[in-house]
Write a protein that binds this ligand. Structure first.
Ligand SMILES: [Zn+2]
Length: 287
């Protein structure tokens, strides 16, 4: 409706009124020119503005540097420890997110052992929008290289389960110079984080993988579903980024390099920010 009744007389407004959740918005120029005296101090807005959808804003992110303290994670041939490099990359991601107005909570800020239950608890209590765990990979084959991003899945098919069981038993008898103990721990990480937001986790994983693919020379091994089931604990989209293979001599060398870490952190941050932008502008991918 484009007409308003002012002092008993119908008057045409420039544009129609708009209803927002029980409130009536009238055109600002009409409010000022014709209704200003009646209303006293009119609240002027630049035309009707849609209400802010609070539900679809990303404000806080949990960054979870894997391992720490007595748990070094994977160790490379020249002694680089996963726990150290993932903490450094995570801090860089945190700082870059802060520069872009996104608050990040770290599950650890120093070289300290944090039980997996505690990581889950930190995520739960922080009221964060999603959870990003940062790890480095290790493999029996020295040539294995590249990054991969896992999203949490509470479903796993029997084939994947069988493959995982075979890999786990194989690793037990492996005698290479770096530790494989992180493989078991990584399995447990997934047990802690249950998400009802599987689709969002997949999207987040894709955005991070794309940004790392675009911005670094790392080989993209793709977005993968976690092979571990029975996920419970926090309720937020969750991904795990494997930033490279510490078991690969060339990647171990790269992962020592602060400039390289900076580039990886920038790419992860870019992926998170791209996800945030699309998530917010599409009301959580519903539009
Ligand atoms: Zn790890």
């Amino acid at each position: 409706m484009e007409y308003a009744v002012v002092n008993g007389r119908p008057e045409k407004m420039g544009s129609p009124v708009v209803f927002y959740g029980g409130a009536v918005a009238i055109p600002a120029d009409f409010a000022v020119e014709r209704m200003g005296k009646l209303l006293g101090r009119p609240q002027i807005t630049r035309g009707p503005q849609p209400p802010v959808t609070q539900k679809y804003l990303i404000r806080k992110i949990v960054i979870d540097p894997g391992h720490g303290g007595d748990d070094p994670g994977a160790i490379g041939k020249t002694g680089l420890k996963e726990k150290d490099l993932v903490l450094d990359i995570s801090k860089r991601v945190k700082d870059k997110l802060a520069e872009n107005g996104v608050n990040a909570v770290m599950t650890r800020e120093r070289d300290k052992f944090i039980p997996l239950t505690k990581r889950s608890q930190i995520a739960n209590e922080s009221d964060a929008d999603f959870f990003v765990s940062v790890h480095a990979n290790a493999a029996r084959l020295k040539g294995a290289r590249g990054f991969e991003v896992y999203y949490l899945s509470n479903a796993v098919d029997d084939n994947a389960r069988a493959v995982q069981a075979a890999e786990d038993s194989f690793l037990k008898f492996d005698d290479t110079s770096f530790l494989h103990r992180n493989t078991d721990l990584e399995a447990t990480v997934w047990d802690l984080v249950y998400t009802e937001n599987r689709e969002e986790s997949i999207e987040l994983a894709k955005y991070i993988a794309k940004a790392v693919d675009d911005q670094t020379s790392l080989k993209n091994r793709g977005v993968k579903s976690a092979r571990f089931c029975v996920l419970r604990g926090t309720q937020m989209p969750s991904v795990l980024v494997e930033v490279g293979f510490i078991s690969n001599p060339a990647e171990e060398r790269n992962l020592r390099d602060p400039e390289y870490r900076e580039a990886v952190a920038s790419a992860i941050t870019r992926g998170i920010l791209n996800y945030k932008k699309i998530y917010e502008s599409t009301d959580g991918f519903t539009q």
